[in-house]
Design a protein around this ligand. Structure first.
Ligand code: ADP
Ligand code: MG
Length: 229
């Protein structure tokens, strides 16, 4: 509809503006961080540590904003999803163990799970979603990463957690910029994931039951025709 188009246009203008600002902030930020670290010298100072912590947070927001503005697929490559998902599970394993979380990958017919896409961008999507799953289980639990061939030449990837779940009213708000229920969250993760998946001509769906858990399902087409991009 027209309203949706207007919303999308507004978002892309805002996105470009945000990215421009983020880019400008990055250099001075790096300098501030470097000199603040020097201030600490040999003996740690509590105030300096607070500053460094907050600077880390600004850095996270700035880098999230930068990604948000550049979700286009630049380097189309052949991606082995089975290998990619396993590498994400390995990468996040330490963090998972710290949260008493076990990550299991269940891959059906790995040889059929090859797609056209940009590996780094897809990796970022899976990292974001698995991190959300870990963060949704404060008392620990299990995450299952499932991948299989779906209908119509698509591949389905599900990230299933046993976490807090999302109340129905809140489900609609996900993907809105800066919507976060976490003290240290930026609320940009899912928005970035959505954009990257859309640029791969795929879709992202979230199903959730309060106090039971959440399933994030991503559907990706195997072949991306260059002319569609
Ligand atoms: P952030 O992680 O920085 O808060 P995200 O965009 O990644 O931002 O997520 C937005 C919000 O969606 C989170 O703050 C959380 O409330 C909710 N959410 C996302 N994934 C899950 C999940 N697996 N279980 C429960 N809530 C989730
Ligand atoms: Mg997140």
């Amino acid at each position: 509809t027209e309203e949706m188009l207007q919303k999308a246009e507004k978002l892309s203008v805002v996105g470009q503006l945000a990215a421009g600002i983020a880019h400008e902030i990055r250099n001075p930020l790096t300098a501030i961080k470097g000199f603040t670290q020097l201030l600490n010298g040999d003996n740690e100072n509590d105030y300096v540590d607070v500053i460094l912590n907050e600077l880390d947070r600004v850095e996270t927001i700035v880098s999230d904003l930068l990604v948000l503005a550049k979700p286009q697929i630049v380097n189309l490559e052949h991606v082995d999803l089975s290998e990619l998902l396993k590498s994400v599970a390995t990468l996040l394993n330490t963090q998972a163990i710290l949260h008493k979380v076990e990550i299991e990958t269940v891959i059906f017919k790995p040889k059929s799970l090859h797609i056209d896409g940009e590996r780094d961008k897809l990796k970022q999507v899976f990292i974001n979603i698995v991190k959300n799953a870990i963060e949704a289980m404060p008392d620990g639990g299990k995450i299952v990463i499932k991948a299989m061939t779906a209908q119509k030449g698509k591949i389905s990837i599900q990230i299933i957690d046993q976490g807090t779940g999302i109340p129905p009213g809140r489900l609609e708000k996900l993907g809105e910029p800066f919507y976060s229920t976490k003290e240290k969250g930026t609320g940009l993760g899912l928005m970035i994931c959505n954009k990257i998946i859309k640029n791969h001509r795929g879709s992202l769906n979230i199903k959730s039951k309060l106090n039971e858990g959440t399933i994030v399902e991503i559907l990706l087409p195997k072949n991306l025709k260059t002319k569609q991009m």
